[in-house]
Structure formats: C-alpha cells, structure tokens
Design a protein around this ligand. Structure first.
Ligand SMILES: *Cc1c(COP(=O)(O)O)cnc(C)c1O
Length: 469
C-alpha cells in the first residue's frame, strides 16, 4: 500500500514510512493512495470473528508490503488482549434500535486505546527491524497523553515526552500519566495552558536540531495508523447488528474529526453505513460546516467535554481532499486560503455530496448534563459527557428509526466526574479494578517553565532511556 499527501507535493510513502512520519513535507496529511474495497459476501463472512481476527482482515491491506501476516496477527492479538471486556468493544442497548458502542474497556478508559495500544507495538516492531530509535513528543489535555504513554511504555526503541498544562488536568487524568514509571517515559508539566504545550510540540517538529538526528514521531491523529485502527470497530459493531444485510447509522462525538473519519472510510471500504452524525460541543466548527457550509475559526471555549475542545479539526482536511476529487493542488490552495483568512467554504455540489452522508449537531453543557440525566433515568446507565453529546445528536439527527443507530461511547464516565456530578443523578462512580489504587501510586513528573528552550534541553538530556541523546 502506498500513501499520498492531501496536498499533492510530498513523496508517496509505504506503511512503515507513514507510521514514522508526522505531517507530510508539503504540510498535508497522508491518506491511502487506493482504499481497499471489500465485497458484501466477504464482509458477511467475518460475522462472529474475535476482535483481533476481524482487525487483521480489515487492516491487512493497509500494512501490506511492510509487515508480514503472521507478525501482524501476533501484534493484534497482543494489542487487544489487554482490554478488560472479552468482547473488546461491546454494544449496550439504550433504546429501541439505539446502542452505545463501549470503546472504553482499554487500559486508559477511552477509545484512544484502540489505536495507541496498536501504534506503540507497530512502532517497536518497525524500529527493531530498522535498528532505529525515535522520540515521541505530544501535548495533551488528558486522554491522548495517558493512552500514548500506556501504548508506548513497553517500547524498547521509543522515548516518549508528554506535555500537559501544570495543574490544569484532573487528578485522575494526571495520575493515569504520571504513575507509569518506565525510564523511557517522561511527563512534563508546563507552567502554561494546553495551547502553550501544543505550540511547543509544533515548534519542535518544525526545528528538530535539539534531537541530534533522532527522528521525532507524532502520536496525535494526524498519524495515519491511528485512523486505520479505528476503522475496525465500525465493522465490528455493524456486523453484530446485522450488516451487511442491513445498513447502520453512527453518531460520533467529534473533535479533530479522526474517529468519525474512520467511519467514513469504513463506509467507502464497503460497509453499508447510511448516516454519520457529527456530534460536537460548543466548539462547533464542524457543525457550522455541515449545517451551513462555513468552516471558520472561532474562539475556543472550555466545556464539560474537554477532549472535544478544539478550534480547527486537523483531520477534516482528509475529507476535504476526497470532496475535491483528490486534487492535491486544489486542496493546497484551499488550505492556504484558510490559513490566511480563517474561513473556508466549498462549492455547493461538494457540500451537498458531504451532506448525503453526514448530519451534525452542536450540544452545549446544559444539554449534555440533561442527556446524562435522561439516559440514567431511562436505563440506569451513566454516560460520560462526550458520549452524552453523541446520544443527543443521534436522537436529533436520526433519519430512520428502522436503521440501527450506534453512538460511539468514547470514554468511561469515571474520567469526567464533573459533568456526571452536574447532571445531578446521584450516581457514585468507582475506578475499575486495574486502576483501583491509582490515587495511592507513586507519581513521576517534571515541572518546567513555559519556555521552549527549557523543554528542548530536557528532551535532549533524557531522550535515550533517560540518558542524553
Ligand atoms: C479524543 C476524544 C474525542 C474526539 O475524537 P476525535 O478523533 O478528535 O474526533 C471524543 N471523546 C473523547 C473521550 C476523546 O478522548
């Protein structure tokens, strides 16, 4: 499989290269040159497969030529063995023909484990073969950091540096990162906000001199391997509900458009998906596009669903690329205009094309809490605020009651106690067994000033299993 950039000017890469690449050299994002397409008969034949075997069949074409079948199978089996529910991604029914796909039974209790548990193992496999080491740098407001560290903690050839804003992540989220103590794991608390952290990571990708030649790898959802891993659970859920003999609709709590883009790809690979609902919080740039063909940058607002607090959605460019007939030069121009003007619209026919599949809704904090309360009263289930937004949007945007609607349950509610408390349902949540003693575990974290040079000096002093690069 070859991968091309959405902006048409960067060299095509194979899977192994795309795994290690961040942004393409032309500023674009990598996508498969040709998407695999499965027949309905083939998809039907996968019904009932264990998760890791289904994962092998869905992802095999994407890694073809880079990872041998037997090795890939073994990696996948190990990746999902660490999940605490034997179905890996169970469906729970909320209402007539309405389901939550519980994606929070991985080690850090959010859907990001599906991709990052795999990414860490793929990196180690590829790096061992090449005899190379890399450094990972990432910024987090919570979920990404812990999932990335959990995914990379056993990697022999990876040192991971995760920046979080000092005293601005919840105690559970901080401890999920800082209690993992390997000598290749480095938590840095920056005396600044999340944007400061993200800017430092971006600046480090732009100028990598401080790494003395060690490559820098991205773990946010611009990394193709993350999207790839997320395609699998759309197939898994749909097969359990009667696809491919019938169509399925999905509602996806969305920030950077990574998770829902995976659903779009599943549909283009042959899965009968009749509708995708983009569910956002008040940071609703994607809803503004889907509802009115206006993708424009606005002020960031802090919400009760912090993992979706974004101003622009990095993966949206991957959809725009397809909407523009995969014309990289047209897209480069569009994105350059967006960069300078902060706003983007597409031709009517392209927007209409998108709207055939996508609907959207923006949900505020009050509606989020009301939905948590409503679902709790009706079913006894406690939703996390992100999932609640997905449920609300599913109910408002649903096109057909006869089509099963699957809401992606992106996090365990125990990660977001503030929203659950505000919903006033009186439920007490406890950490799952494997995290029960989290609040007693030893923490390791370095506090650094909001200063790029200080952060880069720290990385170069510790970038080789705690030793200087
Ligand atoms: C990351 C995250 C999201 C948003 O996912 P995207 O791929 O950025 O759209 C939603 N919910 C939770 C709990 C998350 O951690």
């Amino acid at each position: 499989m070859r991968y091309i950039s959405t902006r048409g000017q960067a060299p095509a890469l194979n899977f192994e290269e795309v795994l290690l690449a961040g942004l393409a050299s032309d500023g674009g994002l990598y996508v498969p040159e040709n998407l695999p397409r499965f027949s309905l008969e083939e998809i039907a034949s996968w019904a009932g497969l264990p998760y890791h075997e289904l994962a092998f069949r869905v992802m095999k074409p994407f890694v073809a030529g880079s990872i041998a079948d037997a090795e890939f199978k073994a990696i996948l089996e190990e990746t999902y063995a660490g999940f605490t529910h034997s179905s890996i991604a169970p469906l729970r029914q909320l209402d007539a023909n309405e389901w939550v796909l519980e994606l929070f039974h991985g080690p850090t209790l959010a859907f990001k484990d599906f991709a990052l548990q795999l990414l860490g193992r793929l990196l180690d496999h590829v790096l061992a073969k090449r005899g190379e080491r890399v450094v990972i740098m990432g910024a987090t407001s919570g979920d990404t950091g812990s999932a990335a560290i959990e995914g990379c903690k056993r990697c022999e050839n990876v040192d991971i540096f995760i920046l979080h804003p000092h005293q601005r992540v919840s105690e559970v989220q901080r401890r999920q990162m800082t209690t993992l103590l390997g000598d290749n794991i480095h938590n840095i608390a920056i005396e600044g906000n999340f944007d400061d952290c993200q800017e430092m990571v971006k600046a480090s990708f732009a100028d990598q001199g401080f790494l003395k030649g060690t490559p820098l790898v991205a773990v946010n959802s611009i990394n193709w391997a993350r999207i790839m891993a997320q395609i699998v659970y759309y197939f898994h859920a749909a097969l359990q509900l009667g696809a491919p003999a019938r169509s399925i609709a999905f509602s996806v709590p969305t920030g950077n458009f990574g998770d829902i883009f995976a659903g779009y790809l599943a549909r283009n690979m042959g899965l009968p998906v009749s509708q995708l609902v983009v569910a956002t919080n008040r940071n609703d740039i994607l809803h503004r596009f889907m509802s009115g063909n206006r993708y424009d940058k606005q002020q960031l607002e802090a919400t009760l669903s912090p993992s979706m607090d974004i101003m622009v959605s990095s993966n949206f460019e991957r959809l725009l690329f397809d909407l523009h007939g995969r014309d990289g030069l047209a897209l480069a121009e569009l994105m350059a205009n967006f960069r300078s003007s902060g706003t983007l619209t597409v031709a009517d026919d392209r927007w209409t094309e998108a709207r055939k599949l996508f609907d959207s809704l923006a949900v505020n904090d009050e509606e989020t809490c009301a939905t948590i309360a409503e679902v709790f009263a009706a079913t006894g289930e406690v939703l996390d605020p992100h999932t609640a937004i997905g449920v609300r949007a599913a109910r408002e945007c649903r096109r057909s009651l006869a089509t099963p609607m699957v809401v992606l349950g992106t996090a365990h509610p125990v990660k977001f106690p503030e929203a659950v408390e505000k919903a006033g349902i009186g439920a007490t949540l406890s950490l799952p067994t494997h995290l029960a003693d989290l609040l007693q575990r030893e923490e390791r974290c370095t506090v650094l000033p909001n200063d790029l040079a200080a952060v880069q000096a720290f990385v170069s002093r510790h970038g080789k299993r705690g030793q200087p690069l």
